[in-house]
Design a protein. Structure first.
Length: 311
């Protein structure tokens, strides 16, 4: 049975830093955000909180990040019961796949992800890291980076990062450096932007056979509360442009493609676990990625964790 959690925490005060001119911390528009109310994990620190849109703290290397993470003092709350972070990780130990949601431009959320990744890696040496940040066609580029065949600048250029994802890469760097240092696979989960853009404008039926073949064969429609949430997001942000049906289909293409790539990894790495880093909206709704994974692998054990703020 899947468990859903929230990571609530007081986050550190981060200095205002210069962002690379080509990177924009753009707000999400097509993708919605929601949180689970089923359980709560409080990640508390003694450091002052900061505004949600604070800029990124840049650590110079992975060693600095690891030192920084030693300062986190997690307290977990499952329902109304407090548990320690080690006890939480013990409860997650038997979960084959753990989804850790994020708000894309929150550095502290990515630090939470790395904290959980490190704990899971200590439990299970064989672990894959699935990420929304890169599109599936760029998997060979990621493999080359992890193998040391290309450097970071080449990774960003060859994945067209500045056009396709755009968020400050320094937020993601520690996770990728950890994967590289520990020889862990990173799986590019996302659908090609060329296809989702075309569907958003013209609908799924506009894709050629070759384009359609790049997406999962089965893409189930949004329904119930998930569909209602998408309608609200569309009403808030679309300003009358485009068709809602296409908007909802793009959301489902993202969900289903990421789920299919997760399942592919799990099926081809039977002795491995997986941690998935994706936007909170993609791992919150009953019809989003976790449900899509369970539809393909009904017996899979999984859990979901989210980050929220406390003041």
């Amino acid at each position: 049975m899947a468990r859903r959690h929230l990571l609530a925490h007081r986050v550190p005060t981060l200095p205002d830093t210069k962002i690379r001119s080509r990177i924009q911390n753009t707000a999400m528009t097509l993708r919605y955000r929601m949180t689970s109310l089923l359980a709560l994990i409080c990640l508390l620190t003694s450091i002052a909180s900061l505004p949600v849109q604070a800029t990124t703290l840049e650590h110079r290397n992975l060693a600095e990040v690891n030192t920084f993470l030693e300062g986190w003092k997690p307290v977990a709350i499952d329902g109304n019961k407090q548990i320690s972070f080690p006890e939480l990780m013990q409860r997650l130990q038997n979960k084959r796949v753990v989804f850790v949601g994020e708000t894309h431009d929150r550095y502290d959320h990515h630090m939470n992800q790395l904290l959980i990744l490190r704990a899971m890696h200590r439990q299970t040496p064989n672990i894959g890291i699935g990420v929304e940040w890169f599109q599936q066609s760029f998997q060979p580029v990621i493999n080359n980076y992890l193998a040391g065949k290309i450097n970071e600048d080449q990774l960003l250029e060859q994945t067209d990062y500045y056009n396709r994802w755009r968020y400050d890469f320094r937020m993601l760097r520690p996770i990728l450096e950890y994967a590289k240092a520990n020889k862990l696979p990173v799986i590019a989960l996302n659908a090609p932007a060329e296809l989702t853009s075309k569907v958003g404008m013209q609908g799924l039926e506009s894709l050629t056979k070759a384009e359609r073949a790049q997406l999962p064969e089965e893409i189930t429609p949004a329904a119930g509360s998930y569909l209602n949430k998408l309608r609200q997001v569309f009403a808030d942000h679309a300003h009358g442009r485009g068709q809602f049906e296409n908007f909802a289909m793009v959301q489902r293409i993202w969900d289903e493609t990421m789920a299919a790539n997760i399942v592919k990894f799990l099926q081809t790495h039977e002795k491995s676990r997986m941690v998935v880093f994706a936007g909170s909206g993609h791992v919150s709704a009953k019809a989003a990625i976790p449900n899509d994974v369970s539809r393909r692998l009904p017996k899979i054990s999984k859990a979901t964790i989210h980050s929220v703020d406390v003041r």
